[in-house]
Design a protein around this ligand. Structure first.
Ligand code: DP6
Length: 420
């Protein structure tokens, strides 16, 4: 498979086809989409079925705007392609038989074959090989859920390529097989992944939109990039070890998550930020406690992460209700959720402790380091430039988008434009 892909990469002779021209003699079957990153407030951590990717608890996330962070994917089916091929960020990513990419692509081909069987007038493209080219506009494996947006964009691109009638909820079942958290990136806004109870088919373990982005557009996020290198223990192997060794995980999945899910859904419905924030911070804390309870233990947060927790805790002490919510995934980067009127003040605070080499601009205005009135400065030391490598300001956003042909990542020959 790899050898064939390498051959295709260097294959420069143009094919005699182009459906974008009126003189075309063959059709081009291609679609380009983008999909968002999501950051969980109630964390998914643990599988009860590894091959179907069925979780040990339900989870809930906020979809972040694709204007800032996104995966873009072009998928094309063509009878001349000699193998299914995928390029991620310009490099061939092998599609291993039985692997997650393979499962997602085969499932989508199966849906297309069923669609063709039910609609005999449709072109027979399910049996063609596909070329897929994907690009993340942020560092892969930086703890910024690149697999979530990546698999969501891939499944959505294939769904558009194949003109499938499936709903985002139905497509989430397939994205889940790529990476559990990817199922939540099929929707914008606030999204739950209901764990389901059918362990044989997994058909009830899917994403559901709790509220669209328009419900609470004041929800913004400040991402503190603490480390943009590939993380130590992957989510997949980390959670596997937790399921086998942590007694605390059983308490979490049995007694804590079910009521938290109900509580956060109601906080979102009523736009009660204080409750939303407390649940989010408590759940991040418990997820990292469960990582620590894993044997041998897993540490995802570092001293910078913990300093940010101390700073946000002190900030929240100044008002009766929390105005900021930190959360950390399987890495040291902090995501801080806050409402529009408070974001600048929080960014000023972060800059006070973590000076930046580059200017930070929010709402068209440069942010200056500052402490709010009454803030106890001693909760953390002031770090050197580079301790927080960057700040990304973004907001709640929409679900996957269909992009135009001009944004396609494959050229007329079906080869990534960056390699051609
Ligand atoms: C901490 O979805 O990356 O971000 O299903 O094995 O691919 P796999 O794991 P993945 O795990 C994400 C874990 C998390 C929490 C979350 O996003 O809910």
């Amino acid at each position: 498979m790899l050898v064939r892909c390498a051959f295709i990469e260097t294959y420069k002779t143009p094919f005699y086809c182009n459906n974008f021209s009126s003189h075309s003699t063959m059709s081009i079957y291609q679609a380009t989409t983008s999909a968002p990153v999501n950051i969980a407030c109630i964390k998914y951590w643990g599988k009860r079925n590894e091959s179907l990717i069925l979780p040990t608890n339900s989870s809930l996330s906020v979809t972040l705007s694709q204007d800032n962070l996104r995966s873009t994917t072009t998928a094309r089916a063509d009878p001349s392609f000699t193998a299914d091929c995928l390029w991620l960020n310009g490099k061939v990513d092998p599609i291993k038989p039985g692997g997650r990419l393979h499962t997602c692509i085969s499932e989508m081909k199966r849906l297309r074959a069923a669609f063709e069987a039910a609609n005999p007038d449709q072109p027979k493209i399910a049996s063609f090989n596909v070329h897929i080219c994907s690009f993340n506009n942020f560092p892969t494996a930086a703890g910024l859920a690149s697999s979530a947006s990546g698999f969501a964009a891939l499944v959505y691109a294939l769904a558009k390529l194949y003109a499938l009638p499936q709903t985002p909820e139905e497509l989430s079942l397939i994205a889940r097989r790529g990476s559990g958290s990817a199922c939540r990136s099929l929707f914008g806004g606030f999204v739950a992944w209901d764990m389901g109870s059918d362990d044989v088919t997994g058909l009830d373990s899917k994403a559901r939109q709790v509220a669209p982005e328009s419900h609470w557009p004041e929800m913004e996020a400040l991402i503190c990039v603490v480390n943009d290198a590939k993380k130590g223990t992957s989510s997949t192997s980390g959670m596997q070890r937790t399921v086998v060794t942590s007694a605390l995980l059983q308490h979490r999945i049995g007694y804590v998550v079910p009521s938290r899910m109900a509580d956060i859904e109601s906080a979102i419905a009523d736009k009660r930020f204080g409750d939303f924030a407390e649940i989010t911070m408590r759940d991040s804390n418990q997820f990292h406690a469960v990582a620590l309870d894993t044997y041998p233990p897993i540490f995802y947060m570092n001293d910078v992460s913990r300093a940010i927790i101390a700073i946000i805790t002190e900030y929240n002490r100044l008002s009766d209700q929390p105005k900021a919510a930190y959360t950390y995934d399987a890495g040291p980067n902090a995501v801080i959720y806050a409402l529009t009127p408070n974001v600048r003040e929080i960014a000023q605070l972060i800059l006070y402790y973590f000076p930046q080499a580059e200017k930070i601009v929010i709402g068209g205005q440069e942010v200056e380091a500052a402490l709010p009135e009454g803030f106890n400065e001693a909760v953390a030391k002031r770090w050197e430039v580079g301790s927080v490598k960057g700040l990304i300001h973004t907001r709640v956003g929409d679900g996957p988008r269909v992009l135009s042909d001009s944004e396609a990542l494959l050229n007329a020959q079906g080869i990534p434009k960056v390699l051609a």
